[in-house]
Design a protein around this ligand. Structure first.
Ligand SMILES: *Cc1c(COP(=O)(O)O)cnc(C)c1O
Length: 372
């Protein structure tokens, strides 16, 4: 079976982990942590980066840092990985589901205004499947209504919006370094931002609310959301090869595009003129009428023939933990529903060969021919 994702650990990953172990710096301080935070901030064109345990706690920590309170409303895209909405719930706040737009597949700026109430405190913009959200439009609405903005950039490391780096386009951005992301440290996460006061508050909350000047004196109920130096060792080895990893993944995207062109009913992911896409998981959508089979039928066919794949995320209002909440909202989310019913992710990892991509694309073409 060709898997969907395989981490590329062919650089200094092993050497750096061994170095951390030999030096006994395996816990939550060490040179790899310092180096990762410095280099990732530089890569994101921000002043600060904080390393954390994973992308979900990165989001939670971002919201806590922005002082999200129980009962606050936070606007989130309906089409996202569930962690985005869960982080809002961890604060006791209420995620308000907003539809995505057909171009970027991210939270639709035109739908934001109508979702804002006196209880709205902020917006989480998810750069979905590596494509940056329309941040100028989102930030403009946010500043008109005095809202904060968080980027959930878990899928969009080093992507660009109008030439500016993802992660530098909001009050706080969060990243994930999970095993299937573009860069991975196994589990891992990060926040990026520019504001010094937010940095100090996030640092304190990351480490049990500890007073920065007095050990064992805790100012607030905080968390242990730290990353280990072992994890950071892997992350450093990934970041130093960022250009190579991104270049190979871009080639894979181009090879898919070339080999899938002309198959009836196979639609490519749109890319907005202002976007530089991060090549995370290759996306396509299926028009079942034209293709002659549904997304799920194609997914099964690929798996039967040794090619693993993933359907797009279910829309949040269709997820069991959010059914009840969504039913209280004015749920009209046609774009999220459409994409979640028709979207498919294909294998994307640096070790995938061009021959394997051709095999996958031939299977997709064969299934269309069998139907038509
Ligand atoms: C992966 C992901 C997360 C969560 O990251 P973890 O490291 O798995 O906790 C959050 N948001 C989005 C959009 C993601 O894709």
């Amino acid at each position: 079976m060709i898997p969907v994702a395989v981490p590329d650990l062919s650089g200094n990953e092993e050497r750096y982990v061994v170095e951390a172990i030999k030096g006994t710096w395996i816990s939550s301080s060490g040179t790899f942590l310092d180096r990762f935070e410095k280099e990732f901030a530089t890569a994101c064109q921000t002043d600060h980066c904080l390393a954390v345990a994973n992308g979900t706690v990165a989001l939670h920590l971002a919201l806590l840092t922005l002082d999200v309170q129980p009962g606050d409303e936070v606007l989130v895209p309906a089409l996202t990985y569930i962690a985005t909405a869960n982080a809002v719930r961890y604060c006791g706040a209420i995620p308000i589901f907003v539809d995505v737009d057909p171009g970027a597949w991210c939270i639709d700026p035109e739908k934001l205004a109508e979702a804002i109430t006196p209880r709205t405190k902020g917006i989480i913009a998810v750069h979905l499947y590596g494509h940056p959200a329309d941040m100028d439009a989102i930030n403009q609405i946010a500043s008109a209504h005095d809202l904060w903005v968080v980027e959930d950039a878990a899928e969009a490391h080093m992507g660009e919006y109008k030439g500016r780096k993802v992660g530098s386009l909001s009050d706080i951005a969060s990243f994930s370094f999970f095993g299937n992301k573009v860069f991975t440290s196994g589990e891992g996460g990060a926040l990026t931002f520019n504001d010094d006061a937010l940095l100090e508050r996030a640092k304190m909350l990351r480490s049990q609310g500890n007073d920065p000047h007095q050990r064992y004196v805790h100012r607030v109920v905080g968390y242990n959301y730290r990353m280990t130096n072992l994890t950071a060792a892997v992350a450093c080895a990934q970041i130093e090869r960022a250009d190579t990893i991104l270049a190979r993944r871009r080639e894979i995207f181009e090879t898919y595009d070339r080999n899938l062109t002309g198959i009836p009913g196979i639609k490519f992911r749109p890319v907005m003129p202002w976007a530089r896409l991060t090549p995370w998981l290759y996306c396509l959508t299926i028009d079942p009428e034209q293709y002659g089979a549904t997304r799920d039928q194609l997914a099964d066919y690929l798996r039967e023939n040794g090619v693993d794949n993933r359907p797009f995320f279910p829309s949040m209002h269709q997820q069991p933990p959010y059914l009840e909440l969504a039913a209280t909202q004015n749920v009209h989310l046609p774009q999220s529903e459409h994409l979640s019913a028709t979207g498919l992710n294909l294998p994307t990892f640096t070790g995938l060969s061009d021959t394997q991509i051709e095999t996958i694309c031939n299977l997709i073409a064969d299934r269309a021919r069998a139907a038509n």
